[in-house]
Design a protein around this ligand. Structure first.
Ligand SMILES: CCCCCCCC/C=C\CCCCCCCC(=O)SCCNC(=O)CCNC(=O)[C@H](O)C(C)(C)COP(=O)(O)OP(=O)(O)OC[C@H]1O[C@@H](n2cnc3c(N)ncnc32)[C@H](O)[C@@H]1OP(=O)(O)O
Ligand SMILES: CCCCCCCC/C=C\CCCCCCCC(=O)OC[C@@H](O)COP(=O)(O)O
Length: 401
C-alpha cells in the first residue's frame, strides 16, 4: 500500500517521455498554476513596496516571472535593444499569439511600463489582482466608446506620470501566418500623447507550440525590437497611415522570420517529435541539430566592398541562412552595397533592422547591385547603416539555385 504513491511519481516522467499530448497539458497546467502561485507571492511584496496600484510594481513582477521560461524549455533571443533606449513615455506595440507572450514581454519590459488588457483579466484570481496592482489599464472591448475614453485618459496619465504603455493592437490572440489587422487604439494613444511608437515582433511560436495539435515542445522565440516611429506633429488625420505603416513594418519582420524558421525547420524534421525536443532546451543554432555533419571549417568572412562602414559580420538575421545546416557549406555570399530596395526601413539616424525583399522588381535590383545573377535573394538588409547622403549600406544574403 505504501508504495502506491510511487506510481504517479514514475508515471509522470514516463508519460512526459512518451506522449507529446501529455507534455502539452502538463506544461500548460504548470504555467497557469505557477503564475498563480507567483502572483500570490508578488501580492504582499507589491503591497509592501508601494501600498497599492502602482506601475513600479512591474519591477517585482518582472523579476518573479523571468525564470518561468526555464521550466517550459523556452529561450528568448532579443535583437534591437538599442531602440528601447528612448527617454520618456512611449507606446510599445507587439503581436499577440498566446498568454505565453507574457514571458517575452517580461524579458524586455522597460521601467515604468504597463499594459492595456481586456477587463476580463482582472477576474483571473491572483493573476488578475497582480495585473491590477501593476497598473494595467483594463478596457471593455465590447463597448468601444468606453474603451476609447479609458484610453484617452491613459494618454494623459502617460504624460503626467511618465508611464509607458504596451498594447497588443491585434486586440486578441492570433496564431496564424499573418498578423490580424490592427485596431486603432494604440495609434490614437500615441498621437494624443505625442509619444513615439516602438514596434516589437515576436517570432511565430508554430515551431514549438501548436494549440490545435496539442504540441508544446521546447523552442526559441526571437524578439525583434524595431526602430521607433515618431508621432510628433501628427493629428487624428494621420492615424490610418500610421497604423498601416506600423502594420506593414511588423508584418514584414514577422514574415521574414517565418521564412527563415521554415528553412531551419526543414533541417530539424525528424528530431521534432523526439522526447529531447519536448523536454530539453533547444540547441542554440540549427546546425547543432543536424547530424551527421562533416567538420567543414567555416570560411572567413569575405572582405566587404566598402570598408568605410562598420558592418557587423555575420549579422544576426542573416547568419542563419549563411550556412547549409546539413553540410556546413556556405550558402550565401554576403556583400555590402547601397540599398536600392524601396521598402528599406532604414531611418536616417538609426541602425536599420528590417526589410524583406520579396518582390521581383526589388529582387532584380538587388541582383544587379550585387553583380550576381544566378541565384535568388533570400533576405536582404540587416545591420544597415545610413551614409551621409542617405544611402543605405547593407548585407545581402544570396542563395544560389
Ligand atoms: C509575479 C507575478 C506572476 C503573475 C503573472 C502575471 C503577470 C501578468 C503581467 C502582465 C501581463 C499582462 C498581459 C496582458 C495581456 C493582455 C492582452 C489583451 O488583453 S489583448 C486584448 C485587449 N487589447 C486590445 O484590445 C488592444 C487595444 N484595443 C484597441 O486599441 C481598440 O482600438 C479599441 C478597443 C479601443 C476599439 O476597438 P474596435 O474593435 O472598436 O476597433 P477600432 O477599429 O480600433 O476602433 C473603432 C473606431 O474607433 C476609433 N478609435 C479607436 N480608439 C480611439 C481613441 N482612443 N480615440 C478616438 N477614436 C478611437 C478608431 O479610429 C475607429 O474609427 P475609424 O474606423 O478609424 O473611423
Ligand atoms: C477570464 C479570463 C482570464 C484568463 C486568464 C487565465 C489565467 C492565466 C494564468 C496565468 C497566465 C499568466 C499570464 C496572464 C496574462 C495573459 C492574458 C492573455 O493573454 O489574455 C488573452 C487576451 O490577451 C486575449 O484574449 P482573447 O484571445 O481575445 O480571448
Amino acid at each position: 500500500m505504501d508504495v502506491l504513491w510511487l506510481i504517479p511519481l514514475l508515471l509522470v516522467p514516463l508519460l512526459m517521455w512518451s506522449s507529446g499530448t501529455f507534455v502539452f497539458y502538463f506544461k500548460k497546467c504548470f504555467y497557469v498554476g505557477w503564475m498563480m502561485v507567483l502572483a500570490l507571492l508578488a501580492i504582499p511584496l507589491c503591497m509592501l513596496k508601494s501600498g497599492g496600484r502602482d506601475v513600479e510594481n512591474m519591477r517585482i513582477i518582472r523579476v518573479l516571472v523571468r525564470h518561468v521560461k526555464y521550466f517550459l524549455g523556452l529561450r528568448f533571443d532579443v535583437s534591437g535593444w538599442e531602440h528601447l533606449q528612448t527617454e520618456g513615455p512611449y507606446v510599445i506595440i507587439s503581436n499577440h499569439q498566446s498568454s505565453l507572450d507574457v514571458l517575452g514581454l517580461m524579458e524586455i519590459l522597460p521601467d515604468r511600463c504597463t499594459m492595456i488588457a481586456k477587463k476580463e483579466l482582472v477576474y483571473a484570481g491572483t493573476v488578475g489582482l497582480i495585473c491590477w496592482l501593476g497598473g494595467i489599464v483594463f478596457i471593455n472591448r465590447k463597448k468601444t466608446s468606453d474603451a476609447k475614453s479609458v484610453m484617452a485618459e491613459a494618454a494623459q496619465t502617460m504624460l503626467d506620470q511618465q508611464i509607458r504603455l504596451w498594447v497588443f493592437p491585434e486586440g486578441t490572440r492570433n496564431q496564424k501566418e499573418d498578423l490580424l489587422p490592427f485596431k486603432k487604439g494604440a495609434f490614437h494613444l500615441a498621437v494624443q500623447a505625442q509619444v513615439p511608437i516602438i514596434p516589437v515582433v515576436f517570432s511565430s511560436y508554430r515551431n514549438f507550440y501548436l494549440r490545435k495539435e496539442k504540441r508544446f515542445n521546447s523552442g526559441t522565440v526571437r524578439l525583434r525590437i524595431l526602430p521607433k516611429i515618431e508621432t510628433k506633429g501628427m493629428t487624428s488625420d494621420d492615424i490610418s497611415s500610421l497604423c498601416d505603416k506600423s502594420f506593414d513594418l511588423m508584418q514584414a519582420a514577422f514574415r521574414e522570420r517565418l521564412r527563415l524558421q521554415t528553412h531551419e525547420q526543414r533541417a530539424v524534421e525528424g528530431a521534432e517529435h523526439s522526447p529531447r525536443s519536448r523536454l530539453l532546451f533547444p540547441p542554440t543554432s540549427p546546425s547543432e541539430t543536424c547530424l551527421p555533419r562533416p567538420p567543414v571549417p567555416l570560411p572567413a568572412p569575405p572582405p566587404l566592398l566598402s570598408p568605410r562602414f562598420p558592418i557587423a559580420w555575420p549579422c544576426h538575421e542573416i547568419s542563419s541562412c549563411l550556412v547549409d545546416a546539413w553540410s556546413g557549406r556556405p550558402l550565401a555570399r554576403p556583400v555590402s552595397a547601397v540599398c536600392p530596395d524601396p521598402h528599406c526601413a532604414c531611418s536616417s539616424s538609426s541602425t536599420c533592422t528590417t526589410t524583406s525583399s520579396t518582390s521581383t522588381s526589388s529582387s532584380a535590383a538587388l541582383q544587379a547591385v550585387s553583380g550576381m545573377t544566378d541565384g535568388r535573394i533570400d533576405a536582404c538588409c540587416s545591420s544597415c547603416m545610413t551614409e551621409g547622403s542617405g544611402h543605405h549600406q547593407f548585407l545581402l544574403c544570396f542563395l544560389p539555385f
